[in-house]
Design a protein around this ligand. Structure first.
Ligand SMILES: Cc1ncc(COP(=O)(O)O)c(C=O)c1O
Length: 390
C-alpha cells in the first residue's frame, strides 16, 4: 500500500475546483494558471466530525452570540486535547476565548505587558510584526542568522534586549516560519533569562498540534516557574483548517492573569464566533485520529520535498522542518532578490516572499507543503524552471 493510499481514507485532497471554492483566499485569489502554495491553509478537506458538528449547529440555529467568559465547554475540550496531545494539565478555568490568535496576542500585550519594547524573534509570522506598534510598543528584533542551520533563540542577545528595557518576549513555538520545535532545555534557557529580568512571555502555540514525526511540543506553561509571567495562545484553526471560523483561546498560568484578561471591557476583545466554538470543540474532542493521519501525511510531504529539492533545486537549503507545513527555503544561491516574485511571474507558482517575514532579507521563500504529492512535484518543477535551475 502506498503512503497516499494509507491516508486517503482519512485525509482527503481537494481537487483544484474544490480548493478554489473552499479556500477563497489561497486559491480563490490566484489566477487560474497559478498554483498557490503561500498562505497557511491546507489543500485538504475539513475533518468529518467538524463538518458534521457545524451542519448540526446550523440546522439547530446556533448562530447567536457565543457564551462569554472563561471555562465552559470550549475550555474543557482544549484541556482534554492538551492532556492527550502534549501531556499538559490545563485548568479549564484558566482558558478564555478570543477571536483569533493574533487578536489574543494583541490583547495579552495590551492588558498584561508593561509599556516597554517587545522582543520579536525574526523571521516572524508576518502579520504579527505590526502587533507591537498597534499596542503602542516598540518592536525590537532578535534576528536569526540565515546561515544558522539550527535557528535557536540567542539567549545572550535576549538578555541584552531585556536589560536594555524590553519587557515582553513574543515567542512563537513551534515556530513559523523557521519550522523549529524548541526543546525543553531551550525553553528553560529562555525562561531563566526572562525571569531574571522580571519580563513577560506571550507564547503563540498555534502550530503545536502540527509537530511532525520525530519532535515533541513542550508547552511553555508546562515549565516550572512559567505560570506567573506567561500566557499561551492556542487554536484548532491551523491544524484543522478552520481559520475562517474565528475562535482561539488564551491559556493563562494563574487566576490573577485570567482575571485581568476576563475583566477587560467587551469592546476590547473582538468576539469569537459561535460556530468557531462548535468547530473547535469538535476538533479538540473528536479530531485526534484525523490529526494523527495528517501528521503522518505531512511527514511524507516533508520527505518528498527534500527529494524534490535535491533533484530539481540542488542549491536550495531547507531548514529541518520539525513542525508546521511551511518550509523555509534559502534560495540565495540562485541569485534573485525576490525569488517569490520570479516564481510567480515566470513559474506561475505562488510562494510567500521571505522578506515579508524578515524585512530586508533577500533570496528566501516560505513554501506551503500541505497539498497532494502531485501538486508538490509540480510546484517544485515550476520553481526550478523560474529560478533557472531546470
Ligand atoms: C505563528 C502564527 N500565529 C498566528 C497565526 C494566525 O492565526 P489567527 O488566524 O488565529 O490569527 C498564524 C497563521 O499562520 C501563525 O503562523
Amino acid at each position: 500500500m502506498t503512503s497516499s493510499a494509507r491516508f486517503d481514507q482519512v485525509i482527503r485532497d481537494y481537487t483544484d475546483d474544490e480548493a478554489r471554492r473552499a479556500l477563497v483566499l489561497k486559491w480563490g485569489t490566484a489566477d487560474p494558471d497559478v498554483l498557490p502554495a503561500w498562505v497557511a491553509e491546507m489543500d485538504f478537506a475539513v475533518a468529518e466530525p467538524i463538518t458534521a458538528a457545524l451542519h448540526r449547529a446550523v440546522d439547530e440555529g446556533v448562530l447567536g452570540y457565543p457564551v462569554f467568559g472563561h471555562g465552559g465547554e470550549l475550555a474543557e475540550a482544549y484541556a482534554g486535547f492538551a492532556r492527550r496531545q502534549f501531556g499538559h494539565d490545563v485548568d479549564p478555568d484558566l482558558v478564555l476565548p478570543v477571536a483569533d490568535v493574533t487578536a489574543g496576542v494583541r490583547l495579552a500585550l495590551d492588558v498584561l505587558s508593561e509599556p516597554g519594547p517587545v522582543v520579536m524573534p525574526v523571521p516572524a509570522y508576518s502579520p504579527q510584526l505590526a502587533v507591537p506598534q498597534i499596542t503602542g510598543r516598540e518592536r525590537v528584533d532578535l534576528v536569526v542568522d540565515p546561515d544558522d542551520e539550527r535557528a535557536g533563540i540567542d539567549l545572550d542577545r535576549l538578555d541584552a534586549l531585556l536589560a536594555g528595557g524590553a519587557r515582553t518576549l513574543l515567542l512563537t513555538q513551534p515556530h513559523n516560519p523557521w519550522g523549529r520545535v524548541f526543546t525543553r532545555e531551550e525553553l528553560e534557557g529562555v525562561r531563566d533569562v526572562v525571569v531574571r529580568h522580571g519580563a513577560r512571555v506571550v507564547s503563540d502555540e498555534i502550530h503545536a498540534p502540527l509537530v511532525l514525526p520525530g519532535a515533541e511540543h513542550v508547552p511553555y506553561l508546562s515549565l516550572d516557574g512559567a505560570a506567573d509571567h506567561a500566557v499561551a495562545l492556542v487554536s484548532a484553526s491551523k491544524a484543522f483548517n478552520i481559520a475562517g471560523l474565528k475562535c482561539a483561546q488564551v491559556v493563562c498560568g494563574d487566576a490573577a492573569t485570567r482575571d485581568l484578561l476576563a475583566g477587560v471591557p467587551l469592546a476590547r476583545n473582538d468576539s469569537w464566533s459561535s460556530l468557531g466554538v462548535v468547530g473547535s470543540v469538535a476538533a479538540y474532542d473528536e479530531g485526534d485520529a484525523w490529526l494523527a493521519a495528517l501528521r503522518e501525511r505531512l511527514g511524507d510531504q516533508r520527505d518528498l520535498l527534500a527529494e524534490l529539492l535535491s533533484e530539481h533545486l540542488p542549491l536550495a537549503r531547507m531548514r529541518p522542518l520539525e513542525a508546521t507545513y511551511l518550509a523555509w527555503l534559502d534560495l540565495r544561491a540562485y541569485g534573485y532578490e525576490s525569488p517569490a516574485g520570479q516564481c510567480l511571474t515566470v513559474g506561475r507558482v505562488w510562494v510567500a516572499e521571505g522578506a515579508d517575514y524578515h524585512p530586508g532579507l533577500a533570496g528566501h521563500v516560505r513554501l506551503n507543503i500541505a497539498t497532494s504529492p502531485d501538486r508538490m512535484r509540480e510546484v517544485v518543477r515550476r520553481m526550478a524552471h523560474a529560478l533557472g535551475a531546470a
